[in-house]
Design a protein around this ligand. Structure first.
Ligand code: AMP
Ligand code: GLY
Length: 420
């Protein structure tokens, strides 16, 4: 049995811990910082921040029993946590900093797509406010402004007209609303269609798609309100058939891997292409260099293969030797958030659960234990994942069960898969 440390403390990390806890090869699980739900499966270390590379390295050095560290969030990957762990002789799952740039720099990602013929929206890159403002005079609207660096999923502005775009440009490049992430700006064409999250495991040489999923980014029903980290997901995406899945592999995932190899970059970990699909057109909106949140909460419960074996294969470069299988179930996850998220919201509200179906999975995100009670401690509080033979049944089950969750000012979208 091997002991594993998971870095992160959201719903995604809860789903990773849940999945590896089922492996008969995994012994003790540690998680830093973790949350109140993860604490039921793992020894959590809330004193260690997911971004604190020194503290994580010190923890791994002090615990010789840790065989593998799984780095789940974007910032520590971009900051080189895997590089540091490996340099000190430790085993880690996740891309190194040079590969994590695929997510951490939008201009790097766009240039890679252009160079290797991967379909994406037409774009321009700017490092100076004046030239970007000049471009906005002549471009067509709506247009999309993207801060180059990591901005907690908030660095993308969709601007309906020139005035909105000029205001957004000022916010990003002059007021530095996203800090240094806005030193470089990508302006790209606005795309329409439906979105699909195409995640894949990658060992540097082979890329194996996971099952498809779809997120709902806006805070409110009807895709209204602000962009959030994600308010609900379903898997598989019923809008993507087998032929489209094959095209996603042939036209996006494989060419991305080949492009990275040609650039001398070894990508080991989870490669996630956020796609916009319109008719027979597939375009990449963005890459992430990690599992999605809350996509992971619907993907991993459907995984039939041992996740620990997959992590091992990604690190060892043996992904071509294992078969990755999915259960026939469909999954739906509805996120319960604190009222006001993604802007101002209160924390410390007591969470209680009424009767729920026995096979419902509650993945915790912003939860903590205070004076022996379970309380809210973040914007996205938890996700209720339901599995069922069809998406429609999974949706009904998720909504029936989320009614049993209560805390003051709970907010969740009521329209996930409403169209079915
Ligand atoms: P990103 O962080 O690049 O995925 O952008 C966040 C969200 O903004 C996406 O999930 C889309 O909903 C939207 N978005 C990003 N780029 C575009 C685009 N070129 N056209 C339309 N919507 C976009
Ligand atoms: N659910 C979107 C993301 O993880 O970036």
């Amino acid at each position: 049995m091997k002991n594993v440390l998971v870095i992160g403390g959201g719903g995604r990390e809860h789903a990773i811990v849940y999945s590896i806890s089922k492996s008969d090869k995994v012994g003790k699980i540690y998680c830093a910082p973790g949350n109140a739900g993860i604490a039921e499966l793992a020894e959590c270390h809330p004193e260690i921040k997911a971004t604190d590379i020194d503290a994580v390295l010190a923890f791994v050095e002090a615990h010789e029993d840790i065989y593998l560290t799984v780095v789940a969030p974007d910032d520590p990957l971009a900051a080189g946590m895997v590089d540091r762990l490996e340099a000190a002789g430790h085993r880690a799952f996740g891309p190194r900093a040079n590969a994590a740039r695929l997510e951490a720099s939008k201009s790097f990602a766009k240039d890679l797509m252009k160079k290797y013929g991967i379909p994406t929206a037409a774009y321009e890159v700017f490092t100076e406010y004046e030239s970007a403002a000049k471009y906005l005079e002549t471009c067509s609207y709506p247009t999309v402004l993207k801060a180059d660096g990591l901005a907690l999923g908030k660095g993308v502005l969709i601007c309906a007209n020139k005035q909105e775009a000029l205001d957004g440009l000022k916010e990003i490049m002059l007021d530095k609303a996203f800090g240094s992430a806005g030193n470089t700006l990508v302006i790209e064409d606005f795309l329409t269609g439906f979105e699909c999250s195409a995640l894949a495991f990658c060992d540097g040489k082979t890329i194996v798609p996971m099952t498809t999923s779809q997120d709902h980014k806006r805070a409110l029903d009807g895709n209204k309100g602000l962009n959030t980290g994600g308010m609900g997901t379903f898997s598989p995406s019923y809008k993507v058939d087998k032929a489209m899945e094959k095209r996603i592999y042939d036209e996006v995932l494989l060419p991305t891997l080949k492009g990275l190899i040609a650039e001398g970059i070894e990508f080991k970990g989870v490669l996630y292409a956020g796609l916009m699909i319109n008719g027979d057109k597939i375009k990449v909106l963005e890459y992430n260099a990690r599992f999605g949140d809350p996509e992971t909460q619907v993907i991993l419960p459907r995984l039939a293969t041992d996740l620990f074996d997959i992590f091992e294969a990604c690190i060892d470069g043996t992904l071509d030797k294992i078969k990755i299988e999915w259960t026939g179930n469909a999954a739906v996850c509805v996120i319960a958030a604190s009222g006001g998220y993604p802007e101002h919201y209160e924390k410390g509200k007591e969470i209680s659960f009424g009767d729920m179906d026995g096979d419902i999975i509650v993945f915790h995100a912003g939860t903590a234990t205070k004076d022996g009670k379970l309380v809210t401690s973040g914007g996205r509080v938890l996700g209720v994942t339901a599995l069922a033979p069809t998406l429609k049944e999974a949706r009904d089950k998720a909504y029936k069960n989320i009614k049993a969750v209560s805390f003051e000012k709970i907010h969740y979208r009521t329209d996930i898969l409403k169209e079915l």
